[in-house]
Design a protein around this ligand. Sequence first.
Ligand SMILES: [Fe+2]
Ligand SMILES: [Fe+2]
Length: 187
Amino acid sequence: MLDELRKNMKSILSDRRYQHSLGVEQVSYDLALIHGEDVLKASIAGILHDCAKYLTDEELLQECDNNHIEITEIERKLPNMLLHAKVGAVYAKKKYKIADESIIKAIEYHTTGRPAMTKLEKIIFIADYIEPNRIMIPNIDYIREVAYENLDEALKISLKQTLEYLEGKGQLICPKTKETYDYYVNQ
Ligand SMILES: [Fe+2]
Ligand SMILES: [Fe+2]
């Protein structure tokens, strides 16, 4: 199963994106093992999380239309950044025949997170941030260390840095990311 999914991802994603997906798969597996989550579910969600990232903005908007996915104002402005997660969740279900809803949700929320995330959702979110190909992220080794100890703590740091990065670049920020951060800071 995983081999088949890897082959699929290799054939549709750029090499860089494919290597990233393999990295997320591996780190998701490790985090699942350490934190007592299902390693197969984590691996599947990890390898598939960016399965719609190769689509253009127009294609993502079109796919949302085709699949009756609601689009928020900010998602319409940043389709590549935000909608690849929602469309990816639909692809996982329809194209890759993933029936497990917890895997679908982990893909759907891998970019913004959401308040009260499941363990699997946290694992994919964090793995996406710290996988070995991510080398430009500040404090990356520290966050990796934290992730193997405490998922919520790693989540908070990742969200905080993501928000700071986007603010620093003057980029639009999805309210969901902010909402997730506020939720975990006030935990
Ligand atoms: Fe992504
Ligand atoms: Fe990713």
